[in-house]
Design a protein around this ligand. Structure first.
Ligand code: ADP
Ligand code: MG
Length: 316
């Protein structure tokens, strides 16, 4: 199978919204009136972002999910994506499974594959997503104000816990492992939440590198600080059963959660509780924005907690 057969067989689908999809020198899309295009790229490298033995169908899901998560954090609607692949070899079984997982998620969000690039090399997947965001503004990192509540969706730390299990650094029962590995391998992008938060939240970010680091980006961009009630951070029963140190490591600094962290005025509490009910998604208030720079972590007695935590940084 040559490069062009491979593209045709596995990555060419009829497009409905795009004016021109895979097959020419460029794809063509018609920008919509009153919409900004929201564009984001995320790359997954074998051995760095996923185990080489990972199920290719789950990998197809995850590669797109981490990109859709960035659109969710902006409150943008997914529309198109491009796929750049470096593959060690043209393996039909692998490609069939990978493309199945990829298109299942793409179709769930009507997000069309419109182009990409394919080369031989160490397994690397780079996706660029293009979404649409109604003007004037998307949900930015820079809008948090002193007095705002800080919220997170879902439960934090399970992906990091699953990773530690794979590395034999944590123990889990079979049923616990089944649940937490879903968070690591097939995260669900919080698209509906991001869209619903547009009129409610003052800022948002998706948690890909750990709460402390990602909330830190909101604080820096907004020129504010925060107090977090560590005991309020929502964790699964599987994580709650682990040692205190491991719980905090995973929930505060564990990567790959792909939940949203957002800020909103206290006046919006009722609206957010309603939203949680209508989405069937846990939304938890974990702290507040303060005027002074810095992130303070408070234990259950309101005393500063001492953790040495570091968000993931590829070059640190
Ligand atoms: P070029 O020579 O302009 O780089 P290519 O020969 O690499 O074009 O690609 C041919 C067509 O196939 C283009 O439309 C490109 O966008 C598309 N394409 C290549 N690889 C992929 C892929 N992995 N997924 C989707 N489309 C792809
Ligand atoms: Mg090319």
């Amino acid at each position: 199978m040559g490069e062009f057969d491979l593209i045709k067989r596995y990555f060419t689908r009829k497009v409905r919204r795009a004016r021109l999809g895979v097959g020419d020198d460029c794809a063509l899309i018609a920008p919509m009136l009153d919409m900004d295009l929201a564009i984001s790229t995320d790359m997954l490298v074998s051995g760095r972002h996923f185990f080489p033995f990972m199920d290719p169908r789950k990998l197809g899901h995850k590669a797109l999910a981490v990109n859709l998560s960035d659109l969710a954090a902006m409150g943008a609607v997914p529309r198109y994506f491009t796929l750049s692949l470096a593959l060690p070899k043209a393996d039909d079984v692998w490609l069939e499974s990978f493309s199945t997982g990829l298109f299942e998620l793409a179709e769930a969000y009507s997000c069309e594959l419109i182009g990409g690039d394919t080369t031989k090399g160490a397994l690397t997947i780079s996706i660029t997503v293009i979404g649409e965001s109604r003007r004037p503004f998307a949900l930015l990192r820079s809008g948090a104000k002193a007095g705002d509540d800080i919220w997170v969706s879902g439960e934090l730390g399970d992906a990091a816990l699953a990773l530690r299990f794979f590395q034999k650094k944590a123990k889990l029962s079979e049923s616990e492992f089944t649940r937490v590995r879903q968070k690591l391998e097939t995260p669900q992008p919080r698209i509906s939440l991001g869209l619903a938060l547009r009129p409610i939240a003052s800022s948002a970010i998706d948690i890909s590198d750990g709460l402390v680091g990602d909330l830190g980006h909101i604080l820096t961009a907004s020129g504010v600080g925060a107090r977090i009630d560590v005991g309020a951070i929502p964790v699964s029963t599987a994580l709650a059963a682990q040692s205190g140190t491991l719980q905090y490591r995973c929930a505060l600094a564990g990567g790959d959660d792909y939940e949203l962290c957002f800020t909103a005025s206290p006046e919006r509490r009722e609206a957010i509780d309603q939203l949680s009910l209508s989405l069937g998604l846990r939304l938890t208030r974990i702290g507040e924005i303060v005027p002074e720079a810095g992130l303070m972590l408070l234990d259950k007695d309101g005393n500063p907690a001492n953790f040495s935590l570091q968000a993931y940084d590829h070059f640190a």
